[in-house]
Design a protein around this ligand. Structure first.
Ligand SMILES: *Cc1c(COP(=O)(O)O)cnc(C)c1O
Length: 402
């Protein structure tokens, strides 16, 4: 069996035509340092041992796979299963790569972690990792997002992070990235820049995938133990694409397992109303790497919308652009309404309130199940929805009783 993961990306960080590292000159030496350190350190027995210890004794891994029996009965057709990343410490999959990045920082002799954050989920996960390792943490966040996501700002501060408000331009994620990179350059001797998904310049798309690979390895073993077989369909929501790559990586060499990425279709298919980058994007460069990008008339990254702020990105991980091109993964979408319906259905029928991001994968499973009687669908429940309940209830009530 040829191992996809061992041969992709190539040594320059290209997944086929996508990926690489297009960096402003001041950042080049720092990314070279990260690339070389990661290549060496991540293979050492000591690093692997410590990461395993953290996963078990701090994060609470392995997270289970659950059979959604009630939901499967209601949908009719395929049996629906989920990998429960909502039960990972901090309530989402993001801590898997943040702990890995922080551990790398420790072995590199760094004392500080830096990043940008949009909705604040990455900032909270990174601040958690920094607290665990006793490191400083500096998170750049747009002023608009700070206002919208106040509880995550509070969490980051409680965890000891410094939140730097970004007040120029659109005062949101894109400006936060620029601001964080700018602040990083003069501090790069002591700080590691930690990217929050399988995006950014090489080696981050590969490194974040490697740290999320545990999700796919566990899920495969657990699913086989539960059912004696592999799933027929494996699906996950795609923003940057880290939770999807984690789950997919456990099955990517199995041609009989169909893989589906679920993009957010927002309120409509009109540019600006969605964040379905693979469905509608064009080849382009964003934040230092080549991928598919949603562009406006001027060729700049377009504004995006989805009810799930963690999926709100006009680019996508280069590996997803590649897997779309090769056809190994099929990319489809769920819109805001389907995600909200799935949010209510999973809460009511399975006792699990999902993150609105993860609800896109639940919506896919509910839509597909009736078409595949006798088959099985395994989704990634990437996070829990406690962060979303105030917003959902205010906008949509508490769901229909049935
Ligand atoms: C951030 C987030 C996502 C989206 O990120 P990916 O890199 O696409 O996985 C999905 N689910 C949850 C719960 C998140 O917090």
């Amino acid at each position: 069996m040829t191992s996809y993961l061992k041969t992709t990306p190539d040594s320059d960080g290209f997944f086929g035509d996508y990926g690489g590292a297009e960096l402003p000159p001041p950042l080049i030496p720092h990314f070279k340092e990260i690339r070389e350190a990661y290549g060496k350190i991540s293979k050492s027995a000591e690093f692997i041992r410590e990461l395993r210890y953290i996963r078990k004794h701090f994060q609470g891994r392995p997270t289970p796979v659950s059979h959604f029996k009630n939901l499967s009965d209601i949908c009719g057709g395929a049996q629906i299963y989920a990998k429960r990343e909502d039960l990972n410490h901090t309530g989402a999959h993001k801590l898997n790569h943040c702990m890995g990045e922080a551990l790398l920082a420790k072995y590199m002799g760094k004392t500080k972690l830096m990043a940008e954050t949009g909705a604040g989920q990455h900032g909270v996960a990174l601040a958690t990792a920094a607290a665990y390792f006793g490191m400083e943490c500096e998170i750049h966040m747009g002023e608009i997002d700070i206002e919208k996501e106040a509880p995550n700002v509070t969490r980051m501060k409680l965890l000891g992070a410094t939140v730097v408000p970004v007040g120029f331009g659109g005062r949101s994620l894109k400006e936060a990235v620029d601001s964080a990179f700018q602040a990083y350059v003069p501090q790069a001797d002591k700080a590691l820049f930690a990217i929050g998904s399988v995006v950014g310049p090489h080696p981050f798309p590969m490194m974040v995938r490697d740290f999320q690979h545990v999700v796919g390895i566990e899920a495969r073993e657990q699913f086989e133990e539960m059912t004696g077989d592999l799933p027929d369909i494996v699906a996950a929501c795609v923003g940057g694409g880290s939770n999807a790559m984690g789950l997919f990586s456990g099955f990517i060499d199995e041609d009989d397992v169909a893989l589906y990425g679920v993009e957010p279709m927002g309120t409509s298919s009109k540019l600006g109303d969605h964040a379905a980058t693979i469905t509608f994007g064009e080849d382009g460069d964003i934040h230092g790497f080549r991928t598919l990008v949603l562009k406006d008339d001027k060729g700049e990254p377009a504004p995006v919308h989805t009810v799930a702020s963690g999926l709100d990105y006009p680019g996508v991980g280069p590996e997803h652009a590649h897997l779309h091109k090769t056809g190994r993964v099929t990319y489809t979408s769920a819109n805001d309404k389907e995600a909200i319906d799935a949010f209510f259905a999973l809460s009511r029928h399975e006792g699990i309130i999902p993150a609105l991001e993860s609800a896109h994968a639940v919506a896919f499973a509910m839509r597909e199940a009736p078409k595949h009687p006798g088959k099985s669908i395994l989704i990634n429940l990437s996070g829990r929805g406690d962060k979303d309940i105030d917003y959902v209830v205010e906008k949509f009530g508490i769901g229909e009783a049935d």
